[in-house]
Design a protein around this ligand. Structure first.
Ligand code: CA
Length: 233
């Protein structure tokens, strides 16, 4: 019996690029439904039960941000946004609106496919519960006992450092925006205080990176946020 292929909904208004993406994904055994406008795409999201949405932010009818906002009113469909280069504020807004990850054009097929796989894997992965421990490379984070180990060495974290790390672990492998981190760790009135983040991320890197200036785990997404490398890519 044949397994159903994962179904990808693609919203991209540039015809040659849309065709190229669709062909690439079909060759990887995904079923692709492609549309040029936000409205058609939103209809398809309701009617076709896709597993993932790839969304270009610059669309002719509805802004991509509006597509995300409307979709998030009723759906938790994973959303991977595509953005032109040097559009960090658009990317950040898309993530804050509820997109899950992003790629900056131009991107390679390998990168595209690894992001898609990570998003589809997350849907089927069990929810992170507080009893779990998180492993990546030589990092081990025991969430319930609030303990962090780097190899055999236990590293002491302050409560804020631990909350910050926990928030990144919850989204391991995916970018978390400055705003999301500030809101979760410090509270809604701190969302503009990005210098807090810089300071605490610096401290965390000193504690758990072999070389804090060239981090392996706590990765910076310039102008957008941070990503905890989950060892999968
Ligand atoms: Ca476009």
């Amino acid at each position: 019996m044949k397994h159903d292929k994962p179904k990808i909904l693609l919203i991209e208004d540039d015809p040659p690029f849309r065709q190229l993406l669709a062909t690439t994904l079909e060759h990887q055994d995904y079923a692709v439904s492609a549309f040029a406008t936000g409205r058609e795409g939103l209809n398809a999201a309701r009617n076709e039960h896709p597993n993932l949405l790839i969304l270009d932010l610059g669309l002719p009818d509805l802004d991509g941000q509006e597509v995300i906002r409307r979709l998030r009113l009723w759906s938790n469909l994973p959303i991977l946004v595509l953005s032109a280069r040097n559009q960090e504020s658009d990317i950040t807004l898309a993530l804050d609106n509820g997109a899950d990850d992003y790629l900056t054009k131009p991107f390679g097929n390998a990168e595209l496919l690894s992001r898609i796989k990570a998003l589809l894997r997350r849907v089927t992965a069990p929810a992170l519960n507080e009893q779990m421990s998180f492993h990546a490379g030589d990092l081990r984070i025991e969430l319930s006992r609030r303990r962090l180990f780097v190899g055999e060495r236990e590293v002491h974290l302050t409560p804020i450092e631990f909350r910050l790390l926990t928030e990144l672990v919850r989204h391991a492998g995916f970018v978390v925006t400055h705003r999301q981190l500030l809101e979760k760790v410090w509270g809604p009135s701190y969302v503009e205080h990005s210098h807090y983040l810089r300071i605490y991320m610096g401290q965390l890197r000193h504690k758990l990176e072999a070389d804090p200036t060239r981090p392996r785990y706590l990765l910076t997404e310039a102008g957008v946020g941070y990503r905890l490398h989950d060892g999968e890519q």
